[in-house]
Write a protein that binds this ligand. Structure first.
Ligand SMILES: Cc1ncc(COP(=O)(O)O)c(C=O)c1O
Length: 388
């Protein structure tokens, strides 16, 4: 991978050390240009001519195929969304819940997972069981803790594939096996995965997988996608069924029929062709560099950062050690300092990171476009903060 060449086409790298890709990744020029090109095309040639409508349809179809390629899924199993959360709530709220049904999640979860789960308690009397995971658990412990939460009436296991607050990469395939043995479905939040690690929903054997464009794929805000296992699509009821959900209707008889088998039933109305083009470009960019190479480099830089931070007095890592449970999200605390204060001081030195709550700490993301030199400069800055 030619990192210097990649960085030349990524203006943010000239302005700061950007280590907040897990929140939103910086776009390379070609992704932003693709969106501008689409908007200018619409400005010059009209947004709703026959030509423009055909072009929008082509962009949507190309994005669906690109997502299918990224996830190793059939295109007819992909719904285009606006973000990860939308995909998650389509599934969580689309299932036919009954009082006494159960959902399993874990204690480290992002609000995008935890809040919709807890809302089900209020709305449907669903019992939410929370596996109490630690970032330092090994695979076996994680699986044992999750298995202990499963009951005959567990309908859904709902987890982030990579935990946002400590970078723990869950053993997703094994969790799918556990869930399926109990007759439950597995919904994975892939917010921290799409564009960071190689994904294959078939190999993971998960039932639903939701991704954003704006994080590790370096695409725009406002675009995302949801994979649904083909035979389960009819089981997920759209909670805002609109005309896109209708297979056919009869205005005279006042009847409408739902297109149960199509993921298009979750669509509402007009979407942004520019954003969809941007996400498709982001996937193409990621795949041209190579998913395997990107994954390996993020992890390599994360290991380098962890190794350096481990030696610094006052700094304690809160992320996993084991390589197969690790990711490009490095989290830690600095003795005697509030995480918000550390994030602020880093930002004064033009280092972008964030604070995280569960466990409390600071998070820095090592993406493929970061460098060994940046890792060293960040470690030096943290050493100064820890001693200060
Ligand atoms: C694990 C996880 N899930 C969901 C989200 C929310 O993503 P989106 O804004 O795409 O809905 C985030 C964002 O940080 C996340 O880290």
């Amino acid at each position: 991978m030619d990192v210097a060449h990649i960085r030349e086409a990524m203006p943010v790298t000239r302005n700061m050390i950007y280590m907040n890709t897990g929140w939103s990744g910086p776009s390379p020029t070609r992704i932003t240009r693709r969106m501008v090109e689409q908007l200018e095309w619409e400005m010059n040639r009209g947004p709703a001519t026959l030509e423009a409508v055909a072009r929008s349809r082509e962009v949507s179809e190309a994005l669906t195929r690109a997502v299918a390629g990224l996830l190793n899924a059939p295109p007819e199993c992909i719904a285009i969304t606006q973000n990860t959360t939308q995909g998650l709530v389509i599934v969580v709220n689309g299932l036919d819940w009954h009082p006494g049904d159960e959902l399993v999640t874990c204690s480290l979860e992002h609000p995008a997972v935890m809040a919709p789960s807890l809302f089900l308690q209020n709305s449907h009397g669903v019992r939410v069981r929370v596996a109490d995971l630690s970032p330092h658990d090994d695979s076996e412990t994680i699986l044992t803790k999750i298995e202990a939460c499963l009951r005959p009436n567990t309908r859904l296991v709902f987890l982030s594939h990579i935990q946002y607050s400590c970078g723990l990469r869950l053993p997703a395939r094994e969790i799918a096996d556990l869930a399926h043995r109990r007759g439950a479905y597995l919904l994975l939040d892939g917010a921290q995965c799409a564009g960071q690690i190689v994904l294959d929903v078939e190999a993971l054997d998960c039932d639903f997988y939701s991704i954003p464009s704006q994080k590790w794929l370096l695409g725009p805000d406002g675009a995302g996608a949801l994979y649904l296992r083909k035979e389960l699509i009819p089981e997920i009821t759209p909670r805002y069924p609109a005309s896109a959900a209708a297979e056919g209707w009869n205005r005279v008889a006042r009847e409408v029929k739902m297109n149960e088998a199509s993921p298009k039933k979750f669509a509402l109305s007009t979407t942004s062709t520019a954003l969809e083009a941007g996400m498709a470009e982001a996937i193409a960019y990621n795949q041209e560099i190579g998913g395997g190479a990107i994954e390996a480099r993020s992890l390599e830089l994360a290991n380098l950062l962890k190794g350096t931070l481990r030696d610094l007095p006052g700094i304690t890592l809160t992320c996993p050690d084991e390589p197969e449970l690790s990711s490009g999200l490095v989290t830690f605390t600095v003795a005697g300092k509030e995480p918000s204060q550390v994030v602020e001081t880093l930002w004064q030195q033009r280092i972008a990171g964030r604070q995280v709550p569960e466990p409390p700490g600071i998070r820095l993301c090592t993406a493929f476009f970061n460098t060994e030199d940046e890792v060293q400069r960040v470690a030096d800055a943290l050493d100064g903060i820890a001693r200060g």
